[in-house]
Design a protein around this ligand. Structure first.
Ligand SMILES: C[S@@+](CC[C@H](N)C(=O)[O-])C[C@H]1O[C@@H](n2cnc3c(N)ncnc32)[C@H](O)[C@@H]1O
Length: 259
């Protein structure tokens, strides 16, 4: 068994900066980092050169990823975006407090970056605003944009998926947080039509919700076909496994209560 000293470092909550208009690390952030830790050996063997986070919030996830994988010495560059300028400032402070760095950009998803980054991102991490809300709450300024996901919580997710498809490299991996209400199996089927395989890396349930951290990668050997019933059946069966895989982790953030 690995000793405490051998465990990979992730961002420390006491060093994560904050602002009243920025999403604090919460169950979903922890589940995403746990998924990266669970997949760490594969990530190290993957030898990414460019890692990207869309919607960096406090910087907890991108900082943890940089600590898990290493930085310039290992030839890895990091880039993170957020639509909320306060989030980018807080992320910069969090990265600096941990002695790591990333290029940070205030933008809507990856607007203005697509020409530069198309086909280059080897690892993308996303904890999107996924809570079902009225459509007019999506994209408003400040903290509301952290969770407001519109109908079925899919408004921002459905805009991120095609961007991820364009930015990911041939070997690119996407790790994304989804909620049961987002219909994750339908998201997997949608990505399958774009040529991606998927699997649940972490599932976590509370009394209120069930989170899935899904990993997507290009399944180059599979011919994709809209009537591929075996693929959708497989994805459906993965989600049916939910209760077997789930466990509870306490809620720590005031934002979570607002969800
Ligand atoms: C659920 S929070 C996740 C924050 C952080 N990644 C974490 O896991 O703790 C979602 C983040 O996405 C950002 N966001 C929402 N809509 C966005 C958009 N269209 N483009 C970029 N970022 C967006 C929010 O400002 C917020 O920081």
């Amino acid at each position: 068994m690995a000793s405490y000293k051998e465990l990979p470092r992730t961002a420390q909550i006491r060093l994560v900066s904050s602002h009243q208009e920025v999403y604090e690390p919460c169950d979903d952030s922890f589940a995403l980092v746990d998924a990266l830790l669970a997949d760490r050996n594969n990530l190290l063997e993957h030898h990414p050169t460019l890692c990207m986070e869309i919607g960096c919030g406090s910087g907890y996830v991108i900082t943890s990823l940089a600590l898990i994988l290493g930085q310039e010495a290992s030839g890895i560059n990091y880039i993170a975006t957020d639509i909320n300028p306060h989030a980018v400032k807080v992320t910069r402070e969090t990265l600096e407090a941990h002695g790591v760095g990333a290029e940070l950009i205030v933008t809507d998803i990856a607007s203005g970056l697509e020409e530069r980054l198309t086909g280059l991102v080897d690892v993308m991490v996303v904890n999107p605003p996924y809570v079902p809300t009225p459509e007019d709450e999506v994209g408003v300024h400040g903290i509301t944009s952290s969770w407001a996901g519109g109908e079925n919580g899919r408004s921002v997710i459905d805009r991120i998926l095609p961007v991820a498809d364009r930015l990911l490299s041939e070997k690119g991996w996407l790790y994304m947080v989804t909620l049961t209400a987002n219909n994750p199996s339908e998201i997997c089927n949608q990505m399958r039509k774009k040529g991606y395989a998927s699997k649940i890396v972490v599932q976590r349930s509370t009394e209120e919700e069930s989170l899935h951290i899904i990993k997507f990668w290009r399944d180059l050997d599979k011919e994709v076909n809209e009537s591929d019933q075996s693929a959708s059946g497989f994805i459906g069966s993965l989600f049916a496994l939910g209760p077997l895989l789930s466990y509870w982790r306490g809620t720590t953030s005031k934002q979570k209560q607002q969800k």
